[in-house]
Ligand binder design. Structure first.
Ligand SMILES: [Zn+2]
Length: 208
């Protein structure tokens, strides 16, 4: 990995190494030096993650999120979202083990897809017609739309053999490498650590 790529692994205190927004969402509870760490600690942290992940990108959407920051709905939404994240984790682990998500989880996703559809619109750009998702949240629960759309996309469209967990930590990622042989969340977080451990093991074995 190039040094320039490494720089972007952390954005505003959040890890972005998954090549997939929903797996990045799953990785908001990594194991850091101090142990398993909840990065979505409060509504403010969620707001920062939504912006860092570009799930919320327009000035208008940011303003809406900000204006609802102290609402009880925002706090309730965060609680639901974290519970959902853990059910999603279970499904992703099942996929990584060669199985499929549970019917109950698919039913939950289906219900959310109906309640919070992501709208799209067509626009002209550079001589072409492009389709863009239009996301204009009015209340905290509207944030389900991009999360659940991304979840559906991950479950239905991502090549399941490339959804993988780091060999050394709890971080999940979508392997976009040419050979499909990525093993670590990142070279700078786990890769080097494992290489050093393997090197020390070899040295030890050779010396006795
Ligand atoms: Zn790792």
């Amino acid at each position: 990995m190039h040094a320039s790529a490494r720089v972007n692994e952390w954005i505003d205190g959040f890890l972005f190494v998954a090549n997939n927004p929903i797996l990045d969402f799953l990785n908001t509870k990594p194991v850091l030096a101090e142990g398993p760490t909840e990065l979505l600690r409060d509504v403010n942290a969620l707001e920062r993650w939504l912006i860092a992940s570009t799930m919320v990108s327009s000035a208008k959407a940011k303003a809406v999120i900000r204006s609802r920051r102290n609402s009880t709905q925002a706090a309730a939404f965060l609680e639901q979202l974290i519970a959902f994240r853990e059910r999603l984790r279970e499904s992703v682990v099942r996929i990584e083990n060669g199985s499929q998500p549970s019917d109950a989880f698919l039913a939950e996703v289906n219900s959310l897809l109906i309640q919070y559809p992501l709208r799209s619109s067509l626009r002209k750009r550079d001589g072409k017609v492009i389709r863009e998702m239009t996301f204009e949240p009015r209340k905290p629960t509207d944030l389900w739309a991009p999360i659940i759309d991304g979840t559906a996309d991950l479950l239905a469209n991502a090549e399941s053999s490339r959804i993988r967990k780091c060999e050394s930590c709890v971080v999940h990622f979508f392997d976009t490498s040419k050979k499909g042989s990525r093993r670590w969340c990142s070279m700078s977080i786990c890769g080097n650590k494992l290489k050093v451990a393997a090197y020390q093991r070899r040295k030890r074995d050779n010396s006795c």
